[in-house]
Design a protein around this ligand. Structure first.
Ligand code: PEP
Length: 239
């Protein structure tokens, strides 16, 4: 399957930045998805005209209700979003989200008809202590939704996000193999169909080698996704 290049704009982007998404959409590049802040989703859906899939960076686990400031998966779908990211390490860190919370959000996203990108990854201390596989197993056990359909896993070592550091290619391959093993044990044959992305300091300079690693089905990109030039340069490295 062709690689998926997903941009996570985090808390970046004003109206003028919609031009970047328009440029991505107009480029003819395929397999490019962007998660702008909630405030830009409707405009992004319009300018992307279906050429770039637009998604949310988070959703609430409930479809509606008394949750001031929150956005439900159904609301994202209503805007024309096609996917949602759940469990990003910045939300786990800043908002205390647990694996159970992430699982509930993943279920809500799928129920609303969205594709769900579920993020997992170890901290530097956990890697140094040799706990990477145990952490990934624990996060998957606690957060996988019931259904493997419309599910994507993003392996994002926390220490690689926004730092300019990336694991060795062997370490990326080992983590993806471990995740795949868990997915097939958990879902059976359907686990083979779940795409696994790598995320953490992906740039145009390193994307080609990362996308060449076994079972890396694409990349989740933060900082280098903010301009069309940078994200399209990453997309151009896809095999
Ligand atoms: C991310 O936010 O998911 C991410 C991978 O960020 P960056 O590419 O900036 O490390």
């Amino acid at each position: 399957m062709p690689a998926l290049i997903v941009g996570n704009w985090k808390m970046n982007g004003l109206g003028e930045d919609i031009a970047e998404i328009a440029a991505m959409a107009g480029s003819g590049a395929r397999g490019v998805w962007i998660a702008p802040p909630f405030t830009l989703i409707d405009r992004a859906v319009i300018v992307s005209a279906g050429a770039v899939k637009i998604g949310g960076q988070d959703c609430h686990a409930n479809a509606k209700g008394a949750h001031t400031g929150c956005v439900s998966a159904a609301m994202l779908a209503d805007l024309g979003a096609g996917f949602v990211i759940v469990g990003h390490s910045e939300r786990r860190r800043d908002n205390g989200e647990t694996d159970a919370d992430v699982r509930a959000k993943a279920q809500a996203g799928q129920a609303a008809g969205l594709e769900v990108i579920l993020c997992i990854g170890e901290t530097r201390a956990q890697r140094d202590a040799g706990q990477t596989n145990a952490v990934l197993t624990s996060q998957l056990s606690g957060s996988l939704p019931d259904d493997a359909e419309a599910l994507i896993i993003a392996y994002e070592p926390v220490w690689a996000i926004g730092t300019g550091l990336i694991p060795t290619l062997d370490d990326v391959a080992a983590a993806h193999a471990h995740i795949r093993q868990h997915l097939t044990a958990h879902f059976g044959p359907a686990g083979h169909g779940v795409r696994i992305l790598y995320g953490g300091s992906v740039t145009p300079a390193n994307a080609g080698e990362l996308l060449g690693v076994a079972d890396v089905g694409g990349v989740l990109v933060g900082g280098a996704s903010l301009t069309a030039a940078s994200l399209l340069a990453i997309a151009a490295t896809a095999p």
